[in-house]
Design a protein around this ligand. Structure first.
Ligand SMILES: Cc1cc2nc3c(=O)[nH]c(=O)nc-3n(C[C@H](O)[C@H](O)[C@H](O)COP(=O)(O)OP(=O)(O)OC[C@H]3O[C@@H](n4cnc5c(N)ncnc54)[C@H](O)[C@@H]3O)c2cc1C
Length: 289
């Protein structure tokens, strides 16, 4: 359990970090909380020549409200998201998601930027990040850009990030009045990673019918996805039991589940159906308040 030898680099600015990454596109890895990368290095599934620690780069931490959204710095830890009064008040589903990640040690070190960049198919954040239509701000050696959550997760452990790009912040719109959101998961009993996790966001019209719905599913396949067919079927419905059961079935049918030692593909499909229904019921209850 000892990683290959590497050189430790600690840039003092974002420009320094991105320049180093651009000069070593195949050999350098960013280090944030280290709770995904370091285990991989210990198993020698990753062997970067340079470890580029983001800890001294200013401006990558913190949570603020701006222009109808919360902006969360990439180095903000899961614990900081979980315990932030701003997140709890404006985006409670995100604080609840953060609180379900791993254990106290993991939440104290792991960061939102590191979790998204790692794109573990069983990570929790991708589900609400997709459902809430977040945008991921990144800076590379040639400038900045913003990536929509729906374009960010490409495949297993693969994102739209270029080798010289650093996630700087995640911008998550605060849902409109009349909305409710919830995240529920079936956790692995030891690691707490999501065997399947589902986030749902619904907005109700004044007459109680569903104006819009967004569903993010993690854990089931090689990457987190939106359950678009299920979402479309809900719009205009009363979000009653029949509509919610139909949405659960549509989400389960559309998913491409993987089977592994933790759960068969068929069991994951079953969990997607069940947890989509649970997330929708909880989100609908909150939207009514
Ligand atoms: C025992 C255990 C249990 C866990 N349980 C869960 C769980 O239940 N749910 C869950 O979601 N996660 C879980 N995790 C993972 C945890 O949430 C990690 O903290 C997270 O996935 C990675 O964040 P990090 O800051 O530690 O990133 P690191 O490990 O430092 O980096 C991960 C990857 O992201 C890249 N990276 C880091 N920051 C940036 C950035 N700003 N820009 C671009 N690239 C970047 C790194 O180069 C690396 O490739 C668990 C981890 C452990 C060890």
């Amino acid at each position: 359990m000892i990683p290959s030898a590497f050189e430790y680099v600690a840039p003092a600015s974002l420009a320094e970090a991105t320049a180093f990454l651009a000069a070593h596109p195949d050999d350098a890895k960013l280090l944030a909380g280290g709770h995904s990368l370091v285990p991989l290095m210990k198993l020698r599934l990753a062997a970067p020549k340079y470890l580029v620690d983001l800890a001294r780069v200013p401006g990558l931490k913190g949570i603020r409200e701006a222009n109808g959204a919360l902006e969360i710095g990439a180095l903000t830890t899961h614990y900081e998201v979980e315990s932030s009064s701003l997140v709890r008040e404006r985006l409670p589903v995100l604080a609840e998601t953060a609180a379900l990640i791993g254990d106290v040690q993991v939440r104290n070190r792991g960061t939102i930027g590191g979790s998204l960049a790692h794109a573990d198919p069983a990570a929790d954040y991708p589900a609400p990040i997709l459902a809430l239509e977040a945008e991921i701000s990144v800076t590379g050696s040639k400038g900045q850009r913003t990536i929509k959550a729906t374009d960010f997760f490409v495949d297993l452990l693969t994102t739209a990030l270029k080798p010289d790009e650093v996630i700087t912040q995640v911008r998550i719109p605060i849902p409109a009045a009349g909305s409710g959101a919830a995240y529920v998961k079936f956790p692995h009993p030891a690691s707490r990673y999501a065997i399947v996790g589902v986030a749902a966001l619904v907005r109700l019209n004044a007459d109680g019918s569903c104006a819009s719905a967004a569903i993010g599913v993690t854990g089931a396949g090689s990457k987190a996805v939106r359950a678009s067919a299920a979402e479309q079927g809900l719009v205009g419905s009363r979000l009653d039991d029949a509509a919610i059961q139909k949405a659960g079935a549509a989400a389960a049918e559309a998913i491409e589940p993987v089977g592994d030692i933790h759960a068969s593909a068929e069991y994951r499909r079953h969990l997607v159906r069940e947890f989509t229904m649970r997330a929708l019921r909880a989100a609908a209850e909150r939207a009514k308040k």
